[in-house]
Design a protein around this ligand. Structure first.
Ligand SMILES: *Cc1c(COP(=O)(O)O)cnc(C)c1O
Length: 430
């Protein structure tokens, strides 16, 4: 459920007509609903109310400071994957003791910064990383709290690029080496083992992979316990999917009901790292039709947003609903490709999509763009990144300004030896 809906055929975010936001801010832009974000966070959090738990929002899904502040205000922690995300989480006011740090390639500097900040724990992905953590922590005269990320070898039945818990994936420590790695970790003086982590993938729409993965993890935790290595935390990762088109993912309540018995068995404090399920349907990308064009066999709707603004269709062949901001009751349907201006054939938002007929100047909303939308945006084709706007009731606030051309070249410089007016080298074609 989200708060983008039609009133008198005009698409609104909460109480604000998107046409008004277009007049004020122009297109393209990302628009997020405050009410949806809060409701999604609370639904997820409350589903686990009966056990000790911490929801650590996966901030790679949406890392705008205002969104993170909103999460902090709800009691959320943060799942981070880089020093930059640590900086954002702290800047937004997320308490360090609610921050967990995952990722297969943590650098020394990032580890130091996280230790200095006093994060809750590191989700460690390899023995080599354990050694580095140990060395950095000892050099600082401290210990690093760690949860070992286990790869339970589960097929989550999602897009291969976002499946992370298969044996062949780069994430985590193989289940067959898990126990020995825990013993090794416990023997390192700079390491304090506090937990087990398992995150098997993203956009999961069935319960069974979660349950199967947890069954394996519960056995592991029991084994560790009997071998004198009890753990305090079980981090079950994120991954719960959302409805982009006709998926029917479980509600957080059903998700919780399916796994609570297993979670209770562990007697651990549970860490949850939802990203998409909180933010995905809380945001849209607003865009304008620039041109329509017919070739021999196809009709194209060319819009002012592109793959650099929202990469998911190009990267994962992902589906996003695309709806008109002004709904016409008797618009005829046609089958079109919705594409952006970027010079790549992969720059599309929809292909062979049946949509109400549109014309140049019309506004369209690309739905379900609140997670892995802006955070994946780039400046490809020297396109300034678009603004992000947070709507609350009838009010709105630009929470990230549209980039300028000067932003595009910030940090670049032209060296003296390229100064204009110098004679070109002899071989230079005249
Ligand atoms: C990406 C990621 C998440 C969030 O995944 P969602 O599908 O957005 O819930 C959680 N934990 C880890 C370790 C991740 O890499």
């Amino acid at each position: 459920m989200h708060d983008f809906h039609y009133r008198q055929d005009a698409l609104h975010c909460e109480d604000l007509p998107l046409e008004r936001l277009d007049k004020e801010q122009g297109t393209p832009c990302y628009i997020y609903s405050h009410a949806t974000l809060i409701r999604h966070f609370q639904a997820f959090d409350q589903a686990f109310a009966t056990i000790p738990h911490l929801v650590a929002f996966a901030i790679k899904a949406n890392s705008n400071l205002a969104i993170l502040r909103l999460m902090a205000s709800q009691g959320s922690g943060a799942d981070i994957v880089s020093g930059g995300e640590l900086f954002r989480a702290l800047r937004a006011g997320i308490p360090p003791d609610k921050i967990v740090f995952a990722g297969v390639g943590k650098r020394h500097q990032e580890i130091r910064e996280a230790l200095e900040a006093g994060i809750l724990f590191f989700n460690v992905e390899s023995s080599a990383e354990l050694q580095t953590l140990n060395d950095v922590a000892r050099a600082m005269g401290t210990q690093a709290r760690v949860a070992l990320r286990i790869n339970p070898d589960i097929d989550p039945d999602t897009h291969p690029y976002i499946a992370t818990g298969l044996k062949k994936s780069k994430f985590g420590i193989g289940a067959d080496h898990a126990v020995e790695t825990f013993h090794h970790a416990a023997s390192l003086p700079g390491i304090r083992v506090v937990g087990v982590h398992a995150h098997i993938g993203s956009q999961l729409t069935h319960l069974s992979p979660f349950v199967e993965s947890l069954q394996k993890v519960v056995v592991l935790i029991e084994t560790l316990h009997t071998q004198g290595l009890p753990v305090q935390y079980l981090n079950i990762g994120g991954g719960l999917g959302i409805t982009y088109s006709n998926e029917t993912p479980p509600h957080p309540r059903a998700f919780a009901e399916a796994i609570l018995p297993l979670l209770r068995q562990t007697r651990c404090e549970i860490i949850l790292e939802p990203g998409r399920v909180i933010a995905g349907n809380a945001g849209i990308l607003l865009t304008r039709v620039l041109y329509t064009k017919e070739t021999g066999t196809k009709k194209f709707v060319i819009v002012d947003a592109a793959m650099n603004d929202l990469l998911r269709p190009s990267l994962y062949d992902a589906h996003h609903d695309i709806v008109p901001v002004r709904r016409l009751s008797h618009a005829s349907e046609e089958v079109v490709d919705v594409v952006g201006p970027v010079c790549e054939s992969g720059d599309f938002f929809a292909r062979n999509r049946a949509m109400p007929q549109v014309k140049a100047g019309d506004l369209l909303a690309v739905m379900s763009a609140g997670a892995y939308g802006f955070t994946m945006a780039s400046n490809y084709n020297s396109r300034p990144r678009v603004p992000e706007i947070l709507v609350k009731g009838g009010d709105s606030c630009v929470i990230r300004a549209r980039e300028t051309f000067d932003d595009l070249v910030r940090g670049e410089c032209i060296p003296d030896f390229l100064e204009l007016g110098q004679a070109p080298p002899p071989s230079f074609p005249q």
